[in-house]
Design a protein around this ligand. Structure first.
Ligand SMILES: C[S@@+](CC[C@H](N)C(=O)[O-])C[C@H]1O[C@@H](n2cnc3c(N)ncnc32)[C@H](O)[C@@H]1O
Ligand code: SF4
Length: 454
């Protein structure tokens, strides 16, 4: 397993291609509207919707998300008013024949706002879009603010997936990072969630936080194996205090060393896979009965800014709220990050796009190749080329592929390649981001721009 160490290299996470670091401010509102219209005609797939709720009641010191701490009821109401305006404005350009197959509420802490506010946005979605009958409706929640009535209200509104930010089961660690523990015992909360018909429950854990060590992390994994959520995400703590000054508050603590972090990653992999979970990419796990594991088996896994997904059609995401990123066939568009800036932008222009990226046809092809590697660990280049009227070797040329770039991966048994079919081995899937980098013709790696894999 020295492979982890060898391939622990800085690089993009490929939640988008090109990475968000390439987005630029020359891409504005008119480009966004053009891209939506082009998606309606060039690739009228079903769509996903994303809503960003930046509000949190308390600042977790480790947090790397776009948040607004301690918003008043007035601020929340005002934000939601602008959010609805944005939804109305954008929805007028989206073809109503396109069905919504996924709705994702992220943050921030979406469950820190009143349930009736969430319901009013869901009602607006139902009036402005065509929701598919089996639409996946997911929400990220902090268990510190979840009780039976909230879970029941979410189920009533049509939510069928929930992700709980557990991070660590030890109060000592949660105290150090300024985070409240779950309001209810997790067993009880899980039971309430299941009673209310949620088809999938995810737990987020972070490794690399202060006061964690390999033993305490092992205890976290014991708890996971007892509770058996359908999905588990084990995130490597990304310490980027230059971008996230709130993380500087953790400087008084000792962090687990890189070696300890590596040991935690390996332990998670060993314990969770031995305990019946399927490893999905680098840091996600799912029970074999979960739709993610089934999609992986069928080579039908996808990925968007919200993480891994299964629906064939979630490649196009229309995103609302501060910092939200929309992903269309040929472009990305990102809204301004600050809560206040967002409200002002919508007030002034009706839209809040401040940067984005229009992809060339070649970049669209590379994105497809990188997605297939990252999600399914498999690319049949001739097959993929058919979507673009190109041969497999032409696709490889577009990616500026050369045998040297993958020679060490083949030697280390991370992948096989017969000139057309690329297959990533199970070990290779653990460092898949490094393999994807070999198919990125525009790869730019600077130590301080990207966090390492682990
Ligand atoms: C928006 S939060 C989840 C919902 C809710 N705010 C909560 O904390 O429970 C998304 C997830 O990102 C992860 N996360 C946040 N900051 C991180 C960091 N600096 N490094 C790694 N993971 C991080 C956490 O696991 C968190 O659950
Ligand atoms: S981890 Fe979650 S609750 Fe904590 S500050 Fe970040 S978004 Fe808010």
């Amino acid at each position: 397993m020295e492979l982890f160490e060898k391939y622990n290299r800085p690089g993009p996470r490929y939640t988008s291609y090109p990475p968000a670091t390439e987005f630029h401010s020359e891409f504005g509102i008119s480009n966004y509207i053009e891209a939506i219209q082009a998606s309606n005609s060039d690739d009228p797939q079903n769509i996903a919707l994303y809503v960003h709720i930046p509000f949190c009641t308390q600042q977790c010191h480790y947090c790397g998300c776009n948040t607004f701490i301690g918003g008043s009821l007035d601020q929340i109401k005002r934000y939601l008013g602008y959010l609805k305006q944005e939804i109305e404005n954008v929805s007028q350009y989206i073809d109503k024949n396109r069905q919504v197959t996924q709705i994702h509420w992220g943050g921030g802490t979406p469950n820190s706002i009143a349930m009736k506010e969430i319901a009013s946005v869901m009602d607006l979605f139902r009036s402005k879009f065509t929701l598919a009958e089996n639409c996946e409706v997911a929400i990220e929640c902090s268990p510190a603010y979840l009780k039976r009535p909230q879970v029941e209200a979410l189920a009533e509104m049509g939510f069928n997936r929930i992700s709980l930010g557990i991070q660590d089961f030890h109060e000592k660690v949660l105290n150090a990072v300024n985070r409240k523990p779950s309001l209810l015992p997790i067993e009880e909360l899980l039971e309430i969630i299941r009673e209310n018909g949620f088809g999938s429950v995810n737990f987020d854990l972070i490794y690399g936080l202060p006061l964690q060590n390999i033993d305490s992390f092992g205890e976290n994994l014991d708890r996971i194996l007892e509770l058996k959520p359908d999905r588990v995400a084990t995130f490597s703590y990304a310490h980027v205090p230059w971008a996230m000054p709130n993380q500087k508050a953790l400087d008084i603590y000792r962090f687990p060393s890189p070696d300890e972090k590596m040991a935690m990653l390996k332990l998670a992999l060993k314990r969770l896979t031995e305990g019946g979970y399927v490893s999905i990419g680098m840091d996600h796990y799912a029970l074999p009965t979960d739709s993610l594991a089934i999609a992986l088996k069928d080579h039908k896994l996808h990925r968007n800014f919200q993480g891994y997904c299964t629906a064939e059609t979630t490649g196009q995401v229309y995103a609302f709220g501060a910092s939200a990123i929309s992903q269309m066939r040929g472009a990305y568009a990102q809204n301004v990050r600050g809560m206040e800036d967002y409200c002002q932008a919508i007030e002034k222009d009706g839209y809040a796009v401040f940067r984005g990226f229009k992809l060339t046809e070649n970049q669209i092809i590379c994105r497809n190749v990188i997605n297939e590697i990252m999600c399914n660990g498999r690319v049949d280049f001739d097959e993929l080329g058919k979507n673009y009227g190109k041969s497999g070797s032409e696709i490889l040329q577009v990616c500026q592929f050369s045998e040297e770039k993958v020679a060490e991966f083949i030697e280390d048994d991370l992948m096989t390649f017969d000139g057309n079919l690329l297959k990533v081995t199970p070990t290779g899937m653990l460092v898949v981001r490094v393999i994807a980098m070999a198919f990125d013709p525009e790869l730019k790696v600077a130590e301080n721009r990207f966090s390492k894999t682990v």
